[in-house]
Design a protein around this ligand. Structure first.
Ligand code: MF3
Ligand code: CO
Length: 344
């Protein structure tokens, strides 16, 4: 009898337990379904422009052009239009930058052109009997009166406004009231100026009075060397093409080209990269890319290309064998259609 009672209680207990679990599972499911329905409702209620608030992940998916719904297709179209607008904006900005660059170029060219005209006025003032310090005074006055700054003045300690190099002086001669220009001298006057933030650099040879045949010939060949160098300068050519043209002509005339001192890039700084050698082979060295500005200023010696620097002033460079030396300097701008001389 007890046996049956115990069994009955157990069976009833089991049924109660199972049904309880069943109901609670059902209840959970119902709750979940209700939650999902709620969530769907919320989603549908989002305003149309709420796409902006989508996760970046969503946008990335849509951007690959495979929308999964009409909403996605709309997003895809908008993003495509947006990309097109951005591309157009970028192209416009690029164009504006290019135009600005061209305007700046024009300003540089006009400034240098006006400065070049000034520089020739004082050239005509150089006379036998005047000291090189007087040349310096003319350059200083003229430059400052026209709104420029003499670039050499205080440049790495250089004490004057211009370089004046006579006869056996290769370059960087310092103007001095005790150095008088004499009949028969050849003299290089090297004028560099800062005008409106840009640098210019040019030098010429002057034959004073009755110069010797040998001095005359050296100056003529130096001028020819520079002309040949200019003719060899082509956009997308190499610096070495210029050097080779100069060196070949100098050597053909029995002269040598100074090796360790050369030309330089110029523009916003006095001496910029690259160093311009006039003894390197054709096709070597830097590519002549439109926009580059640099100097062509070979130093041609009668004898040895070697030199020494003045021990007292640390500037003036002399030929080692006391032979004559000449130099002419032009500043050039590489353009797409040729190379322009800015300091004619
Ligand atoms: N044309 C010269 C050069 O480039 C000018 C030198 S000015 C000086 O070397 F101040 F450096 F001497
Ligand atoms: Co120079």
């Amino acid at each position: 009898m007890w046996y049956w009672i115990v069994m009955a209680v157990l069976v009833i207990g089991c049924i109660a337990l199972l049904s309880g679990t069943f109901f609670s599972i059902k209840k959970n499911k119902a709750e979940e379904a209700a939650k999902r329905a709620e969530a769907r409702k919320k989603k549908r209620k989002k305003p149309a422009d709420a796409e902006e608030a989508q996760q970046p992940g969503d946008r990335r998916k849509r951007a690959d052009g495979r929308p999964q719904s009409s909403q996605g297709a709309e997003n895809g179209r908008q993003q495509y239009a947006q990309a097109r607008r951005e591309e157009a904006r970028r192209a416009q900005a690029e164009q504006r930058k290019e135009q600005k660059k061209r305007r700046q170029w024009k300003v540089i060219l006009e400034d240098l052109d006006s400065w070049t005209k000034y520089s020739f006025i004082f050239y005509s003032n150089i006379r036998i009997g005047m000291s090189t310090a007087e040349i310096d005074e003319i350059v200083y006055r003229f430059t400052t009166e026209h709104g420029g700054i003499p670039a050499p003045l205080n440049y790495q300690g250089f004490p004057k406004s211009v370089c004046t190099s006579l006869n056996n002086e290769i370059c960087h001669g310092i103007p001095d009231e005790n150095i008088m220009i004499q009949d028969g001298d050849i003299i290089n006057v090297d004028v560099s100026t800062i005008l409106n933030g840009y640098f210019s650099d040019a030098s010429r040879m002057f034959k004073m009075g009755n110069v010797s045949e040998r001095a005359e010939r050296l100056v003529r060949v130096t001028e020819e060397c520079v002309q040949r160098g200019l003719a060899a300068a082509k956009p997308w050519g190499h610096l070495g093409d210029i050097a080779d043209a100069i060196n070949t002509h100098a050597q053909a005339n029995g002269y040598s080209v100074v090796e360790e001192i050369g030309g330089h890039g110029i523009g916003l700084e006095f001496h910029e990269d690259p160093f311009v050698s006039y003894v390197t082979p054709k096709g070597s060295e830097m590519l002549l890319v439109p926009g580059m500005m640099f100097t062509i200023e070979p130093m041609i010696n009668e004898g040895s290309p070697d030199f020494f620097v003045d021990e007292d002033n640390d500037w003036t460079v002399y030929t080692i064998d006391d032979g004559l030396s000449a130099q002419i300097e032009y500043m050039v701008l590489v353009k797409e259609d040729g190379v322009e001389v800015l300091t004619k």
